[in-house]
Ligand binder design. Sequence first.
Ligand SMILES: Nc1nc2c(c(=O)[nH]1)N[C@@H](CN(C=O)c1ccc(C(=O)N[C@@H](CCC(=O)O)C(=O)O)cc1)CN2
Length: 294
Amino acid sequence: MNPGSVHADENVARLLITCADQPGIISAVSTFLYHHGANITDFDQHTSDLRDGRFFLRLEFQLPGLQQNLDSLRTTFSERVAAQYRMEWSLTPSSEKKRMALMVSRHDHVLMELLWRTMRGDLPAVIPMVISNHDDLRGEVERFGIPYHHIPVQGDDKAAAEKKALELLDGQADLVVLARYMQILSPDFVAAYPQRIINIHHSFLPAFVGANPYQRAWERGVKLIGATSHYVTEDLDQGPIIEQNVARVSHRNSAEDLKRLGQDVEREVLLRAVRCHLEDRVIVHGNKTIVFVK
Ligand SMILES: Nc1nc2c(c(=O)[nH]1)N[C@@H](CN(C=O)c1ccc(C(=O)N[C@@H](CCC(=O)O)C(=O)O)cc1)CN2
């Protein structure tokens, strides 16, 4: 069990919308919610600057009796508003916690950040399991009362390991977070969780894609190191970026210094990215994201 809980009002929901930009969208959505007795408490919109004419909206609303009326509200919205504007949309109660499975290798810094934040109720999630290709972190995970599954990845049998992982995850996870999981996932694995696998890459992408970015950054003599959290696609470290940050370094820092300094940035960046996803603040459009931050 994951003790602690994020206190969310049972009567609050989030509505995310993507559609072709056109007059009347906001009026149609707000009128629909008004007529159903809802009170809009937060609102943010964006119109694509890619000249492809896409409109993006995130709003939160309060509605007494939301839980009892959720299905009918979704059906009516779909029929009366979404169909008319050909919307891609989601309507999610704020009290709903997403199931966030974690995948790790040997590094524990971002893993511990997510475990600790979730256990103290700082992240609106439950962690059904941790999967790792190494057994090193079993004790740290099981101390939180979370199942730990060690699935070794033999060089030529990555597919068998992925099959076991997918079987464990099936029906148990809404989101998979690669918390420094150092295996490249196959297209089939990625396709099983489209836009629902989040990675933390330990560089300020697009610099230093791939393995050992800190060593390569040190050899390059960079003055900034960074971390990037992105959705995972089959193209390594090329997925839509959710969050990034950097830290200053100098000629006085060794490669080990860069790793140590970078790990704090990784923890901060992944936490912010995961929280945005869990709070339904991210819309993916092409290979970019719209992040409706507070
Ligand atoms: N399909 C994808 N899989 C993964 C992605 C991704 O963007 N798409 N991100 C990586 C994370 N990562 C850097 O952030 C990364 C992990 C692993 C490697 C790598 O070269 N791995 C080797 C094995 C290394 C080892 O055994 O220790 C490999 O898989 O052959 C590069 C970058 C996670 N997966």
